[in-house]
Write a protein of this length. Structure first.
Length: 165
């Protein structure tokens, strides 16, 4: 998908995630399958809040979500973890969704649903399979989102101020 339509969809999803975060909710399962388009208005809706969690100003410690969209900090969660993770995981997943919208496929997927460990390895090593048709401005944005350290990742405010929008 290209142009204004992709920008509208990506921006709409970003605003929905921002609204959740402002209300203390981390979504934790952002993916194309959980974004629905209302047929008569074209408005987007998030669905499947099964992994969502109210965290307010704290952190969460549960390993959950869809493997190809998981941020490194979720993959690295272990029993007894003291660091946990927060809203930044949704920014990572939004980046994956943007890449899929414009490039046509998930940049971390191993190609087969059964090879979750290879997908995790790609995410943890930041091995990104960049779509060839991905415009430079999108790749530039995503390289600042696909950052292993969550505190160094772009924030939603940063993304909204990016020249793509």
């Amino acid at each position: 998908m290209k142009g204004e339509k992709a920008r509208y969809l990506a921006g709409s999803v970003l605003v929905m995630v921002e609204t959740l975060h402002k209300n203390g909710i981390v979504f934790r399962d952002l993916k194309l399958e959980n974004i629905m388009v209302e047929s008569h208005t074209g408005r987007l809706k998030l669905v499947d809040f099964g992994f969502s969690k109210l965290i307010k100003d704290s952190r969460t410690f549960t390993k959950c979500g869809s493997p190809a969209y998981m941020a490194p900090e979720i993959i690295m969660i272990s029993e007894g973890s003291k660091t946990g993770y927060s809203y930044e995981c949704d920014v990572w997943a939004w980046g994956v969704v943007l890449c899929e919208l414009i490039g046509g496929y998930n940049p971390f997927s191993s190609g087969t649903d059964s090879d979750v460990q290879m997908t995790y390895a790609n995410i943890l090593s930041l091995t990104v399979n960049w779509p060839k048709n991905l415009p430079f401005i999108i790749r530039q944005l995503l390289t600042r989102i696909f950052v292993r350290e969550p505190l160094h990742r772009l924030t939603i405010k940063d993304i909204k101020a990016h020249s793509y929008f």
